[in-house]
Design a protein around this ligand. Structure first.
Ligand code: MN
Ligand code: MN
Length: 268
């Protein structure tokens, strides 16, 4: 259940309202990496989760994000104050905010696009959801960074500093939540990948001299441990495709079905 406490998680102070900046702040209200998206993503994931400790992690942070929505919405509303009152100048500056919204905040991003549940990533797999959330927190953090650089108002910067800091806290909590599941980094989903093929890196951008820029892949730091296959499009025989056929079939009967529990249907 939810209970609203009639104070903000961080007290918001604005010196001089800046309506154009208020509109930019909507990116964190109704935008793709904003607070509503975060709150809904974690809450819906939490409802789906049966692991008690991961459920707590998701519901606690999902709830905090709703408090962030309230803070950033209040901040945007304070900056948009000059848009209230129905003036022709305000309507010309932003018809959507002034005429449709009456100068208040709405669930749109900084360009006026409506918030959508399509922003959410909910997979029903706690480890995959947590990885999505780690990336979501990074996106939210950098969005706050950018907004902080676009204003001189100290009260606004302080509020954004608070919100930005909490995203790093969340990122850490999700990372530790993922770690607590004890899954190896590449242990994803039900089926084991095909041996051999899984260790091949397809070097699809080779070329030198007149054929293009010097190839970086062969000496890149991230290539360690991979078998490099140059130009697989021209050398298809080098791809270990033969090993694919039948490799998943063996796995069905053994360990990789470990996640699947039998479902019992009531007799009709
Ligand atoms: Mn947040
Ligand atoms: Mn967060």
């Amino acid at each position: 259940m939810y209970h609203h406490i009639k104070k903000l998680m961080y007290t918001v102070r604005v010196g001089t309202p800046d309506p154009v900046y208020g509109k930019m702040l909507l990116e964190q209200f109704g935008g793709q990496n904003g607070e509503l998206a975060a709150a809904m993503q974690y809450t819906v994931q939490g409802i789906n989760t049966t692991n008690p400790s991961i459920k707590d992690l998701l519901m606690d942070i999902g709830t905090e994000e709703l408090s962030h929505l309230e803070v950033v919405g209040t901040l945007a509303m304070m900056h948009l104050k000059p848009m209230k009152g129905g003036s022709r100048a305000a309507a010309e500056a932003d018809p959507l905010l002034a005429i449709t919204g009456g100068g208040g905040v709405n669930l749109v991003d900084s360009a006026g696009s409506a918030w959508t549940a399509n922003y959410l990533k909910v997979t029903g797999e706690p480890d995959i959801d947590l990885r999505n959330n780690i990336a979501a927190e990074a996106r939210a953090k950098v969005t706050y960074d950018r907004l902080m650089r676009l204003t001189d108002d100290q009260g606004t910067i302080d509020a954004l500093q608070f919100l930005m800091t909490r995203e790093i806290t969340h990122m850490r909590a999700f990372m530790q939540g993922l770690e607590s599941l004890g899954k190896a980094p590449l242990d994803v989903g039900f089926y084991a990948p095909t041996p051999g093929l899984v260790d091949q890196f397809f070097n699809d951008s080779t070329g030198e001299g007149e054929d293009g820029a010097k190839d970086e892949t062969t000496r890149a730091p991230w290539i360690k441990g991979f078998e490099i296959v140059d130009n697989p499009g021209f050398n298809p025989e080098k791809m270990k495709l033969d090993e694919v056929a039948g490799s998943a079939k063996q796995d069905i009967s053994t360990s990789s079905r470990k996640h699947i529990e039998p479902v019992e249907h009531a007799a009709e």
